[in-house]
Design a protein around this ligand. Structure first.
Ligand code: ZN
Ligand code: ZN
Length: 110
C-alpha cells in the first residue's frame, strides 16, 4: 500500500496537470487521479492523455501500417520513441521497428 502511494505521488509530480483532467481522451473513461494514474499515459510532446489500453490498441494496430509514425489521436502530433517503448515495452518496439525497416527495404527494391 505504501509502495503504491509513493509511486502515484511521483507520477503526479511528473505530470502537473489539473486533477479533474484524469480521463482518457479516446474512450472517455475516467480514472481516480490518486490511485489509477498508472493506467493513464501522457504523450511526450502534446501531453494529451489516454489510457494505456487505448494507446496499446492504437500502436499494435497501426504501427506497421504507419511505418512507425503514429500520431496523437487528439491533435495529430507524432508520438515519440519513448512513448512507444513505455506503452509496448522495449522488446516489442524493437521487434516492430525491425519489421518497419524490412517493409521499407521491400518498397525500395520494388
Ligand atoms: Zn482509453
Ligand atoms: Zn496530442
Amino acid at each position: 500500500m505504501e509502495e503504491e502511494d509513493k509511486e502515484n505521488q511521483e507520477q503526479l509530480r511528473f505530470f502537473p496537470l489539473p486533477i479533474d483532467a484524469a480521463y482518457c481522451l479516446k474512450c472517455k473513461q475516467g480514472f481516480d487521479p490518486l490511485y489509477e494514474t498508472r493506467k493513464l499515459y501522457y504523450l511526450q510532446d502534446c501531453l494529451h492523455m489516454f489510457c494505456k489500453k487505448c494507446l496499446a490498441k492504437q500502436m499494435n494496430g497501426t504501427f506497421l501500417k504507419k511505418m512507425g509514425n503514429i500520431q496523437c489521436m487528439e491533435c495529430s502530433l507524432p508520438m515519440h520513441e519513448c512513448d512507444y517503448k513505455k506503452i509496448m515495452g522495449d522488446k516489442r518496439f524493437e521487434k516492430l521497428s525491425q519489421e518497419v525497416i524490412r517493409l521499407m527495404f521491400k518498397i525500395v527494391i520494388c
